[in-house]
Write a protein that binds this ligand. Structure first.
Ligand SMILES: [Zn+2]
Length: 423
């Protein structure tokens, strides 16, 4: 059998080592020892070949806008929303497209080949228009899924529902919302019910910013699970953030998590943003705010991690590096056992793919030949070193490559070179 591309001597995420991966027609055609020749060959040299990184929670309409029109002085979610409201008045579709494309370039270089981005539909559909164009322009190398997101509240913002429906009519894939930002708890719950009904009518997935607050009484996730069951949307609904769960009492959570399991709710935590934004109203001790990752994983729920923001009104940093996201989750969630760290790698790869409902994702025969060669031997080393993406492959084609990280030392008797792998 002849291949378009063969990657030689690869380690896989599941622990198998020294395998060749043969790609043909954009798919993985064979995984075995010593495959025949390929038109193109890449020597993995015993390093890790993983499926691409997936970011199931991002805001591409806001990315790279840091400082426009001003910086977020308090660092809170609410000032970020206010600031974003000011930027929305002045930014053009062309500016959003230009910033988003620059971000997509960085994402591909980082082996991040699937992104679910929320797009604000309140007040204007400029962002929708811009990101639909970006979706079209990147589709050959990046899976961009869009969520119609009424950032200022479905009920709180005049015209939000009609804009949301228009966005869905134009081809936006997923129904979004933000119940904790509605005027009252009751209106928040009502927004969850309405948004799930819209998704059920149209056969769409749901992804709500849900309970992104330190208030333990913010319990919209309960309503989200209930409405998921009512409409038969099990497995197709995602609760993003769920930070109030961090502050809830254990007795209530012992009832809530089984309900979430019954409705097969997907969970997306955003560790970088959660640790930065939550606890802002606390003096000391300051709460961490990350949702209950280990407990949710233990029930068998899909738990993925998103990056949420890069250089925008809410977050001044970020490099599209999902390994950075996984590392923060390990620290904030006390997820440092070997097994827990491996699961954090899955949370930025396979679990995110499950949330997005990606077809043909994974390193197995018949799957799409979307692969990332990392300067690491295994997933834990990849997280520890924020491994360089030596090669990024989309549909069997090399789309990005980077030089390995190595420093030259001038220490006389010591070795001349050192790499983060320390091997
Ligand atoms: Zn978000």
């Amino acid at each position: 059998m002849s291949f378009d591309l063969v990657i030689r001597n690869a380690n896989l995420v599941d622990g198998r080592i020294g395998l060749d991966i043969g790609c043909a027609g954009g798919r993985i055609a064979a995984i075995d020892v010593q495959l025949g020749g390929g038109f193109q060959e890449i020597d993995a040299a015993g390093q890790l070949v993983a499926p691409p990184f997936v970011d199931p929670h991002f805001h591409m309409d806001a990315t790279l806008s840091l400082g426009r029109p001003r910086l977020n002085a308090s660092g809170t979610l609410l000032e970020g929303i206010e600031l974003w409201g000011e930027l929305k008045q002045v930014q053009t579709a062309a500016e959003i497209v230009e910033r988003a494309l620059r971000y997509c370039d960085l994402a591909v270089a980082q082996g991040l080949l699937a992104i679910r981005s929320h797009v604000d539909v309140c007040g204007t559909l400029t962002g929708v228009e811009a990101l639909l164009e970006v979706h079209e322009r990147v589709k050959d190398y990046l899976d961009l899924q869009l969520v119609a997101f009424p950032q200022d509240g479905l009920f709180r913002s005049a015209g939000a529902e009609s804009n949301l429906l228009q966005a869905l009519d134009r081809g936006v894939d997923v129904v979004g919302g933000i119940p904790h930002f509605e005027r009252t708890m009751q209106e928040g719950d009502a927004s969850v019910a309405r948004l799930c009904a819209i998704a059920a009518e149209r056969g769409l997935m749901v992804d709500l910013h849900c309970d992104e607050t330190d208030d333990p009484n913010s319990r919209h996730v309960e309503t989200l699970a209930r409405e998921t069951l009512r409409h038969g949307l099990q497995g197709r609904v995602t609760g993003s953030h769920l930070t109030s769960m961090h502050s809830m009492d254990d007795y209530y959570v012992s009832k809530l998590i089984p309900l979430m399991a019954e409705s097969r709710l997907n969970v997306v935590a955003n560790p970088l943003i959660n640790i930065l934004i939550q606890g802002r109203h606390d003096t000391y001790p300051k709460r961490r705010g990350l949702t209950r990752v280990a407990e949710l994983q233990a029930t068998g729920l899909t738990v993925a991690f998103g990056s949420d923001c890069v250089m925008d009104p809410w977050y001044p940093l970020g490099t599209a590096d999902m390994l950075d996201v996984a590392s923060m989750a390990i620290h904030v969630g006390h997820l440092s056992s070997m097994e827990a760290m491996r699961r954090c790698f899955e949370a930025v790869t396979t679990e995110g793919a499950r949330v997005m409902g990606l077809d043909g994702y994974g390193v197995a025969v018949g799957k799409r030949a979307d692969l990332v060669l990392l300067q690491a031997g295994d997933p834990i080393e990849a997280i520890r070193t924020r491994a360089v993406r030596l090669a990024v492959i989309k549909a069997g084609r090399l789309v990005a490559e980077s030089a390995p990280r190595e420093s030259r030392l001038h220490l006389g008797a010591r070795p001349e070179r050192v790499t983060p792998r320390l091997t």
